[in-house]
Design a protein around this ligand. Structure first.
Ligand code: ZN
Length: 237
């Protein structure tokens, strides 16, 4: 067990968590950024192209073939990181979760205040009339999912070339700015906007939990190089 992390958490009721793909890899959801080579064998384009706004517009059916196969992991279950974070919120210690993940596992674990920087596969909407659909509308059809009105349904997921929701970004910055403890987990922090958001933190309890070392390690007050599910699993909450 990490005693330092245990003590930091015990002493605070104003913790904010910022997480990336590494939080969900222990639930069996691969980080597609680190698996580029894997996909290039089966698909004509790298994921950065297939998950771009222009590709969605021009090759909607091909987008959905890739999306259904490689972006939806609907059988995945929350791991100990998701569960302990939900528990920390329930007992009033954790104020918000800011996540780059789109899998909805924090909600599934019971967390309430979740800021999804990149959206969620569980929300989908008609591009013509705005009608909302859950993920079943994407899964239970072939080809391009269509609304009752005939419009194309699009996942509420931020694609490459698309901007982030500014309200969610502002809220995230605000939580980080006012946080006593900021725990960052499972992200390399290279990808925008992670690096920028962290600059809002003013405190001296920045905890970094990541399997590999990152460029932010020197900036952190505490660095734990381990699996995030394991680290949270060992916490006594
Ligand atoms: Zn519609």
């Amino acid at each position: 067990m990490n005693t330092e992390l245990q003590n930091i958490i015990a002493a605070s009721d104003n913790i904010v968590f910022f997480g990336g793909a590494g939080v969900s890899t222990e639930s069996g959801i691969p980080d597609f950024r680190s698996a580029d080579g894997l996909y290039s064998k089966k698909y004509k384009y790298p994921p950065e192209i297939m998950l771009s706004h222009s590709f969605f517009k021009r090759n909607t059916e091909e987008f959905y073939n890739f999306y259904r196969n490689k972006m939806l992991f609907l059988d995945a279950l929350p791991n100990m990181a998701h569960k302990k974070l939900a528990e920390l919120e329930r007992i009033g210690k954790l104020k918000a979760i800011i996540t780059q993940n789109i899998d909805g596992l924090h909600q599934q674990a019971g967390s309430k205040n979740i800021l999804e920087l990149h959206g969620s596969v569980h929300r989908n909407y008609c591009m013509r009339c705005g009608k909302l659909y859950n993920v079943d509308a994407i899964v239970n059809c072939k080809g391009v999912p269509k609304c009752d009105c005939g419009g194309t349904i699009k996942p509420d997921v931020v694609l490459y070339e698309e901007g982030l929701n500014s309200k969610i970004l502002d809220k995230s910055a605000n939580y980080i700015e006012n946080a006593d403890v900021l725990i960052i987990g499972g992200t390399s922090l290279i990808v925008y906007p992670a690096a920028g958001l962290i600059n809002y933190y003013k405190g001296n309890k920045l905890v970094l939990i990541n399997k590999a070392t990152t460029s932010m390690d020197r900036r952190a007050n505490f660095v734990i190089n381990d699996n995030i599910g394991k680290v949270f699993g060992e916490l006594l909450i």
